[in-house]
Design a binder for this molecule. Sequence first.
Ligand SMILES: Cc1ncc(COP(=O)(O)O)c(C=O)c1O
Length: 436
Amino acid sequence: MRTNIVHIGAGELQYEIRQIVEIGHNVMRLSGKPIAWENIGDPVQKGEKLPDWMKDIIAQAVRDDSTYAYSPTRGLLETREFLAERLNREKGVKIHPDDIIFFNGLGDAVNKVYGMLRREARVIGPTPAYSTHSSAEAAHAGYPPITYRLDPARGWMPDLEELRNKVKYNESIAGIMIINPDNPTGAVFPRDVLEEMVEIARQYDLFLVGDEIYVNMVFNGKKCTNLSEVIREVPGISLKGISKEFPWPGGRCGWMEVYNQASNPMFQKYVKSVLDAKMLEVCSTTLPQVVIPRIMGNPEYVNWQKQRNAFFEKRSKRIAEILSGIPEIIVNPPDGAFYVSIVFKKELNNRMKLNIPNAAVREYIDGICSGNMEPDRRFVYHLLASRNICVVPLTSFVCTLQGFRCTLLERDDAKFEEIYHGVRDAILEFLNSASL
Ligand SMILES: Cc1ncc(COP(=O)(O)O)c(C=O)c1O
C-alpha cells in the first residue's frame, strides 16, 4: 500500500488467554475428548449458577421497555447515585455521581483509559501483567509495556523499590497501575503497600489507575483496601464491574470512579476526553445498569458474596494442599480474585516433555512446539495434549518467570480434584523428563 495503514502499536495486541483456545479446540478434535478450560476467568462458563432472586430481578427489568433505550453517556443517574452513596456509606469516601462513568465492560474502559492518553505518557503496571491492560497501554505508546515486579517469593508483593526507581528515572511515566486483588496472581495488596504506591504517585506528580474488578472477592481472612480509601489528594481512577462479581461477564458492564479530578486541571481535561470518547459511542449497555441498584441493594446480596468467597477459599486451600511438597515450584494460594499462578523455580528446557498417548495429538503438538519457544509454553501445550487441561503460560503475561495460570472456578468437586491432580502429576513428570 502507498501508505502504511498498520497502527504503531499493532504488534502489542496479545491475548493469550483466548489465543490458546484455538490450540485447545484442535486437541479436543484430534483426541475426541473434552478440554478442562482453565484458561479463562468466566465463572458462568465454568458452571456457576446465578441465584434465582438475581435472575428474577433481571427478568423483571427485561419486561420494562425503558431498559431497551439508550442511557445517558455517563450512565444512568440513579445507578451512579446508588454507587456514590454506597461508597460513602461503606468506605466513608465522598464522590459525586458525575465522577462515575459507565462502559461496556472494563475492556472498553481500559481501552479508553490508555487510548486517550498522550502517546508519550506511559503508565507503569505490574508484571506478571493482565494482558488487557498491558496490551492496551503498549499499543497506545507503540512500545513494550513498562513494568514493576510482583515477587512470587514474597507472596507476589510489588517490588516498591523497583517501582520507585523506574518512576524516578523515567520521566515519561505519568501513571501507576495496580490490579487489586490481582489477576493473574490472586494477591491482595495490604494497605501499607497501597499507601506507599500512592506516596510515590504523590511525590512524582503521577495519577493512579486501580483495577478493582475483584474488590469484593477476597477470602482467607484478608480484607481488600480500596484505592479510594488511601488515595488522599492524588488524582486517580478505579475500575469496577459486575463481570466477576454477579457474575455477569456477558452483560458487558463496568464503570470508572474518578478521584480528585477537581484538584488537577490536566487530569480533569484527560478525564473529560475519556467521557467525550464515550459520547461518540453514545452510551453503554442499559439493562445491567438498571439492575445494579436492585441487585446490590438486595438483602440477599451480601450473603451471596459470602457464599461465593467461601467457595473460592475452599478451592484456594485445596490447591495449596494438592500442590504442596514440590520444591521446584512456588505456589502462593490466592487470597482474592479466582486465579492462581504457579512458578517453576527449576530452570525449564526444551527437552522436557510429557507423554502424549494419542499419536495424532502428539504429532500436532510436536509440530507447533518450536525449538525457541518459551519452555513454560511448551509445558502448557504438553499439558493440553497429554491431559486435556488448558492453562495459560506465565510468560504470556509480560513476564520473565516460567510458570502458568489456572483458575479456582471449577464447580464440580470431582472434576476440580482431577484437574489439579493432573496438573500436579504433569509438573512432576515434566520436571523429571529431561533427566531421563
Ligand atoms: C483485572 C481484570 N480487569 C478487567 C477484566 C475485564 O472485565 P470486563 O468483563 O468488565 O471487560 C478482567 C477480566 O478477566 C480482569 O481480570
